[in-house]
Design a protein around this ligand. Structure first.
Ligand code: DGJ
Length: 687
């Protein structure tokens, strides 16, 4: 509920409250943000300015959320609040993704004193999920061109300093590793300039102080920046949005610039914050569809998709219980390695032994649907696409563009390129009759100055070109299931998740590493978006060996699939995999739609566990690391209820009360590097 009076505005969610004060100020100030129950006005230094919007030009010298330069070079502007309105609406931002469903919105309109720019701030509330959303629209009211040089999506101020900033950093194969820094002075900046949200630092981050958590994320897949700064007057300002480095946007008279939406929430524990975000993202961002049980060919045979290979694998995939067979990289044109054909997405019939009709019917006989891998925003120099459309590549005239992974980036800021891709990919989907697409993006962006979009507007327009393409295809083909991917999980963000139903988490499929990676990814995003596969042993990335049980159990927590060469598996392994697919097919709703709680601190090392709870059922994963035995206490159960627990792979269930399971816990034995157990729990109705 949003209640606006002349002095205060209350954005009241189920448990959380954002309180703004007006008190004759130019711009509303944050008066409180936290749990409703503990409401107590924040105390800021009298000279501080804890506003929800700022532009350079006032007596406040902290980082500002917005800035523009006019044609005379003036960059100092003063904005005044002009109007306050509340509405109940659905918001759809032009060319950008937005949170779905009806919401209560507070519209704050500011005007600058020169009357050149109007700023509308949308602060929305999703009451049920304790989640707030902030975004801005900037309108040029003048007769000259204005140059926006920063436009953050959210500005928030918290009292005091010394917050732990918990952020998620990494690179290929080690995405979203948790880092925590206590900020007592200065500024901590998380940002990317490589063209996508990237594995370097995820747009999701947390603040923690006195056991209270604040979480922030952005619906954006391009260069982003998160800034947390401590003012000399001792409060902490948070900004998040499009990166203002290498950014400028020229706004013609009457033009409007929209920022992406930023979401934020708070809670008294990590599990509380995770629960708010999971339920919010599941309901208001993700395209939730029944996830396919995928066999993916990548780790099994790489690009070697000759008829014999894929047909033998398809037979095995069908036996273990998969419903979709995905031809990963290598099914098209002359693709034998990563040096050729990227961009030419037409079937290599000779290699695969037939056309799409033949492949589909072969798979259909095995009860499998067809899935295809594509990487639409790229081209190899040795491709028909690069030869016939050299103008589509990011490339400065006369200068050889930079190659990475033997490929160039297409200029997604150019509508002609997007139109070409819409046409060719639509034909591919129609002709192939595929039900699943894995959408990859395997290198960072370079040669950007040659982009169709002028100057520093490039990165923003490049990202919007991606949205134009993927929104078009996902709307035109509602029955096709899209999975995102970027050298593993380098474009794992809420912008992508607005169009794809899940994202490949990491190319590192080592179960020990994955346990950490999936847990940290699970802090940022719901399990329903996290794609995991059983892979082979020794692991292709780390060379470590793990039993089939560990490789399977870890992969079960998220969108489950497999990519090992099943022809090499022994009977015992096949039997466990088969049981796991049957288990997942039966209980996936509990894993994907249930309330997902961590069973111990994400920072504790030796024992790890998580549980998913839905009505009277639960599924939990327990893991002991590096020979460490111990009990893991379950959570979220009814104390007085008796549960029957059945371990995956075992036929002997046992019973225990919720109280016992949550206080004494379940024992897990230390056995080598990693030992895991997956349990299905069901409440026994009392007699
Ligand atoms: C990178 C992805 O992360 C892999 O899963 C695989 O699809 C390769 N690209 C294919 O080139």
């Amino acid at each position: 509920m949003i209640i606006a009076t002349s002095k205060t505005i209350r954005l009241e969610a189920k448990n959380a409250l954002l309180l703004l004060s007006l008190n004759g100020d130019d711009v509303p100030r944050v008066a409180y943000f936290g749990s409703k129950e503990k409401e107590k006005a924040f105390s800021f230094h009298k000279d501080s300015s804890p506003t929800v919007f700022s532009c350079f030009g006032s007596l406040n010298y902290q980082n500002c959320s917005f800035g523009y330069i006019d044609e005379k070079g003036n960059f100092a502007h003063r904005f005044l609040l002009k109007s306050v309105e509340t509405k109940k609406v659905k918001i759809s931002l032009p060319r950008l993704p937005s949170c779905k469903g009806e919401r209560e919105v507070l519209e704050l309109t500011y005007l600058d004193l020169e009357d050149k720019a109007e700023v509308v701030q949308f602060l929305s509330l999703y009451e049920e999920h304790d989640t707030f959303v902030s975004s801005f629209a900037f309108r040029n009211r003048s007769k000259e061109t204005l140059f926006i040089d920063r436009a953050f999506s959210l500005q928030l101020e918290l009292p005091g300093k010394g917050y732990d900033v918990i952020s998620f950093h990494g690179d290929w194969g080690r995405e979203r590793k948790i880092n925590s820094t206590t900020l007592r002075q200065g500024e901590l900046v998380l940002s990317t300039t490589c063209g996508i949200s990237s594995a370097h630092v995820n747009p999701f981050f947390l603040l923690r102080k006195n056991k209270r958590y604040y979480a922030f994320n952005l619906l954006y897949s391009g260069n982003h920046k998160e800034s947390v700064s401590v003012s000399p007057l001792g409060s902490t300002r948070i900004l998040t949005g499009v990166n203002d480095d290498y950014f400028s946007y020229s706004l013609k008279p009457g033009g409007i610039f929209y920022t992406p939406e930023a979401i934020f929430t708070c809670g008294d524990s990590i599990n509380e914050v995770k629960t708010h975000l999971n339920s919010f993202v599941n309901q208001h961002i993700l395209k939730r569809k029944k996830s396919p049980l995928v066999f993916n060919t990548w780790e099994a045979v790489s690009t070697k998709l000759e008829k014999k290979n894929w047909q033998e694998l398809a037979v095995m995939a069908s036996k273990i219980g998969c419903d979709t067979f995905v031809f990963d990289d290598g099914w098209y044109a002359h693709r034998e390695d990563d040096k050729t054909s990227l961009g030419d997405f037409y079937l290599n019939k000779e290699k695969l032994g037939g056309d799409f009709d033949y492949i589909r019917s072969y798979l259909a006989n095995l009860n499998l649907k067809l899935g295809l891998w594509i990487e639409p925003e790229m081209a190899n120099p040795y491709s028909d696409l690069a030869r016939s459309h050299p103008d589509f590549l990011l490339k400065t005239k006369g200068i050889q563009p930079l190659l990475k992974r033997n490929q160039y980036v297409l200029d997604m800021s150019n509508p002609k390129v997007v139109a070409y891709l819409k046409k060719t990919l639509s034909s591919l989907i129609e002709e192939s009759g595929c039900s699943y697409i894995k959408w990859d993006f395997n290198r960072f962006v370079s040669d950007v100055c040659s982009g169709f979009a002028s100057g520093y507007a490039f990165f923003y327009e490049f990202t919007l070109g991606y949205y134009d393409l993927i929104s078009y295809l996902s709307e035109r083909f509602p029955d096709v299931y899209f999975e995102g991917c970027s050298s593993g999980g380098a474009r794992f963000d809420l912008g992508s998740l607005s169009y794809v139903s899940q994202i490949w988490t990491s190319d590192n499929t080592d179960p020990y590493d994955r346990l950490f990676n999936q847990e940290s990814t699970g802090l940022c995003y719901p399990l329903s978006s996290i794609s995991n596969h059983i892979s082979e042993s020794p692991n292709q990335q780390t060379g470590r060996k793990f039993p089939i049980k560990e490789r399977t159990n870890v992969a079960l927590f998220g969108d489950f699939g497999i990519e090992m060469d099943l022809r090499k598996a022994v009977d015992e392994e096949l039997s466990y995999i088969q049981k796991a697919f049957a288990f997942y097919a039966k209980h996936r709703r509990v894993i994907l739609d249930g309330k997902n709680l961590l069973l111990n601190s994400p920072f504790a090392k030796d024992l790890k566990g998580e549980i998913c709870l839905l009505n009277d059922e639960a599924v939990c994963l327990l893991a002991s690391l590096d020979n460490h035995s111990g009990h893991l206490c379950l959570a979220g159960l009814e104390e007085k209820t008796t549960y029957e627990l059945k371990e995956l792979g075992s036929d002997t269930p046992f019973r225990a009360s919720g109280e016992e399971l949550m206080s004494k816990g379940v024992f897990i034995e230390g056995k080598g590097k990693l030992n895991t157990a997956v349990y299905y729990l069901k409440a026994i109705p009392s007699a």
